[in-house]
Ligand binder design. Structure first.
Ligand SMILES: Cc1ncc(COP(=O)(O)O)c(C=O)c1O
Length: 429
């Protein structure tokens, strides 16, 4: 995370704990599409999407209408007490976007909570205790989610003891691969490392699941190869291990396809969904086949708010907007223009070591002349852009990269305006 911007008013200092790091000093009043306005009436371009959440843009009118309409009917229709139509409608629309094997939805309230649910489900479904996670992955802040997170030590340090029986293998980071040779060699070594977990650390039949962010988000916007992800799928199949794909950040059209895993021809056994699924309402989900879900005995998992009526009404409307406005397709088209423009900036400014990503899940990594990570350059670019009322986020263990994640409703003019500002920002470093 970038150095948090210090609290800007005495009121904030008095009321808001400092653990809430802040990326910008903006006190927001309202938002629309890719823009937000602060309490002084100044407009900011939001290329953070609220950390990859408002894929339909801020306050999409159809989502707002669905929330308003549902709030006037019933807000809390507790899912153990009542069935209600928005929850079923949203589950039906969500599963319609997925491979047939992912046919049941357990609604939860945050990405971390979906991860907790997915891990519990995998353990129960296999009767095994272990989990293999991948270095660089981020899965959330609750104790279980934190235990499988390794994007940076700050997230988990000083919180030990964490969940036991969690083992890590490296996630491909091709720019900084420690292995000799080309991409194919790197993949072979990364898969070797994974297989070695079974030689050194844990018996495969003690492992319930491998948990992977399809595209590593907080840890640096790292895109694996098809070869690697398919290799992991094969290893899971060989050992009866469930593959959990965390699509919290890479899902909901962000990568130019509805789900990140569609780029790799790999289907997970369990997936987690959050962020973009309800355009900012706190909704998430664990999705799996009904065969896997059937292993969960009634009452062995749950929660007061999961499947909230207003939240799932927002999710259903969000899924409609995604389909009707063809937002994944727009993300693919705008993403191509964005990545192309960023590569042109990189060609003129070697401080950008790499432009990577898929669709509108894109990052630029900044490097020193010797290729080492350059978080100082990142901070300068972020600050310059903030001075131009353009909001951006960092990522990577060392804050060595800037993620560029506008709402998926962004248009070509807005991408080109962004590129012009970004070029000036990079040139000023
Ligand atoms: C891939 C991924 N998984 C899980 C989470 C946790 O989600 P939440 O912050 O809603 O708990 C995040 C949040 O950034 C994420 O990016």
């Amino acid at each position: 995370m970038a150095q948090a911007v210090e609290a800007v008013t005495a009121e904030v200092g008095r009321l808001v704990p400092r653990v809430l790091g802040r990326y910008s000093p903006v006190t927001v009043d309202h938002g629309e599409g890719i823009y937000v306005w602060d309490t002084n009436g100044d407009r900011f371009t939001d290329f953070t999407s609220g950390i990859g959440v408002v894929n339909t843009g801020h306050c999409h009118p159809r989502v707002v209408a669905a929330i308003q309409e549902q709030a006037a009917k019933i807000i809390h229709a507790q899912a153990n007490i009542f069935l209600h139509e928005p929850m079923l409608r949203a589950a039906s629309k969500l599963t319609a976007t997925l491979p047939p094997s992912l046919d049941q939805v357990f609604w939860t309230n945050s990405g971390a909570e979906a991860i907790e649910g997915a891990l519990k489900l995998a353990k129960v479904a296999t009767g095994r205790p272990g989990v293999i996670a991948f270095r660089g992955g981020f899965h959330g802040r609750t104790h279980g989610a934190m235990s499988v997170t390794s994007s940076r030590v700050k997230v988990r340090g000083h919180y030990e003891p964490l969940l036991s029986s969690v083992y890590f293998s490296p996630f491909p980071y091709y720019l900084r691969s420690p292995y000799k040779g080309g991409l194919e060699d790197a993949d072979r070594y990364y898969l070797d490392e994974l297989n070695q977990v079974f030689d050194h650390l844990v018996m495969p039949d003690d492992v319930a699941a491998m948990l992977i962010e399809t595209i590593v988000g907080e840890g640096g916007y790292l895109v694996p190869s098809r070869r690697w992800l398919q290799g992991v799928r094969e290893i899971c199949d060989r050992h009866g291990i469930l593959l959990i794909l965390d699509e919290v950040q890479s899902g909901m059209g962000r990568t130019g396809k509805m789900w990140g895993f569609e780029h790799f021809d790999v289907t997970p056994d369990i997936m987690t969904v959050a962020k973009g699924v309800a355009s900012g309402m706190p909704v998430s989900a664990v999705v799996a086949s009904h065969e896997i879900m059937d292993r969960w005995q009634p009452g062995s998992h749950g929660g007061t708010y999961g499947g909230n009526a207003v939240g799932t009404a927002a999710a259903a409307a969000t899924l409609d907007v995604m389909r009707d406005e063809r937002l994944p397709e727009n993300a693919a088209r705008m993403g191509a223009i964005l990545s192309d423009g960023l590569r042109q900036i990189q060609a003129d400014h070697p401080v950008i070591g790499e432009v990577r990503g898929l669709g509108l899940m894109v990052a630029t990594e900044f490097v020193h002349p010797d290729g080492s990570p350059n978080p100082a350059a990142v901070q300068k670019v972020i600050d310059f852009c903030l001075g131009q009322n353009l909001l951006l986020l960092t990522c990577g263990t060392y804050d060595q990269a800037i993620r560029i994640i506008p709402p998926l409703v962004v248009n070509e003019d807005q991408i080109r305006e962004f590129l012009a500002v970004y070029r000036r920002a990079v040139a000023a470093v």
